[in-house]
Ligand binder design. Sequence first.
Ligand code: CTP
Length: 403
Amino acid sequence: MSILRDKNILLGITAGIAAYKSANLVRLFIKAGANVKVVMTPASKDFITPLTLSTLSKNPVYSSFVDEDDASQVWNNHVELGLWADYFVIAPATANTMAKMANGVCDNILLATYLSAKCPVYFAPAMDLDMYKHESTKTSFEKLTSYGNKMIPAGTGELASGLVGEGRMAEPEDIVSFIEKDVLSQLPLNGKKVLITAGPTYEALDPVRFIGNHSSGKMGFEIAKAAANLGAEVILVSGPTHQTITHIQVSVKPVVSAEEMYNEVHKHFQSVDIAILSAAVADYRPKNVADQKIKKKDATFSIELEKTKDILKSLGEIKNNQFLVGFALETNNELEHAKGKLKSKNLDLIVLNSLQDKGAGFGVSTNKVTFITSSNDVIENSLKSKTEVAEDLMQQILKQLNA
Ligand code: CTP
C-alpha cells in the first residue's frame, strides 16, 4: 500500500503535449489508493479530453469557473477544490502557467485553485528545451520553489519538436515515486523502525489441538498501519489471525507459538527504535506436546502447563534506547496492576485495557484505553474505534519521544 492511499490528490493539467501522459498519471494515483480529481486549463482540453480523465478518476473534471454543460450553470468552487486536496500536482506545467503561478495571475480555474490551495503543491514542468532554458522560465522555477512549491524536474530526451534536450515531463511513474518519497520524508517517524506484536499465540497440545485465545489481532494491525502512516518502517510479528495488511512500509512476520514470537521479536529488537507489544501471548503452554493425536480415554484429562517466556519483560531487560510499550488487560485494581507492570517490565508506556469497560478488549472493533507513562502520567481516553486508539497511541509515543 502506498503512502498516498486514501489521500486526496488534485491533478492540474495545462496545455502541453505531455498532457497525454496525465491519463496514466491518474491511473497510477488511483492504483496507489488515492482519490483523484482533475482541474484543467481550457487550452489543455485540446491535448486530452475531460471524458478520459473523468472516467479514469471517477470524478467530474473542472476546466471553467462555471459548469457550461449544466443548464443551471453551477459555480465550480475553486476554494473547495483547494481545501479538498491533500496534494496538488500540476503535471504537465507549461511555461505559461508557471509564469502566471509565479506572478499571482488567476485567469482560469486551475490558477485560482492554485492561489487558494493550502496543501503542498508539486509541479512537473514540460516544454521545449529552449523554453526550459530561458531566463524567464528559470525565474518562474525560482519563484515557485521560493513559495514552497516542489518542482519535479523535467528529464532529458526527445521532445515533441523533434529536438533532443531537457524539458520532457518526468514520467508518470517517476512523478508518483517523487511525491511518495517527499511525503514520506516529511513524516515524523521517517527513518524510524517500529516492531509490533499482534494477535494470539497457539500453543500445541498435539498435532491437531492447541491452547489459544480470542484475540483478533485487530489492535496490533491498526497500530502497524498508524505507525506506517507516520512514515515508520514496521515489522509486524503476528500470531494466527484473519487480519491482513498491505502497506509498503509494513513487513509481516507470521508466527504461531509464544516461543516463535519470542525468537522473531528478538531477531529484530536491537535494530528498532520503538517496540509495541500488543499481542495476547499465552502465559502457559503444554509441557509435553504429543506426537500423535491424543485419544479420549478417561472421564477427566489433565494437561500439565509450563510458563512461556515473557517477551515484553525480556525486552525491558535488554533495552538500550528503544521506546518500549506494553499492554495490560485487567479486570480488577486496573491502575495499580498496570503501573506495576510498567515498572517491573521497564516500560516507557503501558496501555491499559479494562475488561470492566463495555466495548473494550477482544473481538470488538472499539477499545477504551488508559495510557500510563513512565513518569506516572495517567491519560484516560474515551471509547473509540481501534483505528483511532492506534492513532492516539502513536501520537502519545511521539509526544513522549519529543518531550
Ligand atoms: N506479554 C508478552 N509475553 C508474554 C505475556 C505477555 O510479551 N508471554 C506482553 C503482552 O503482549 C502485553 C503485556 O505483556 O503487552 C501484558 O500482558 P498481560 O497478559 O496483561 O500481563 P502479564 O504480564 O502476562 O500478567 P498477568 O497475565 O498475570 O496479568
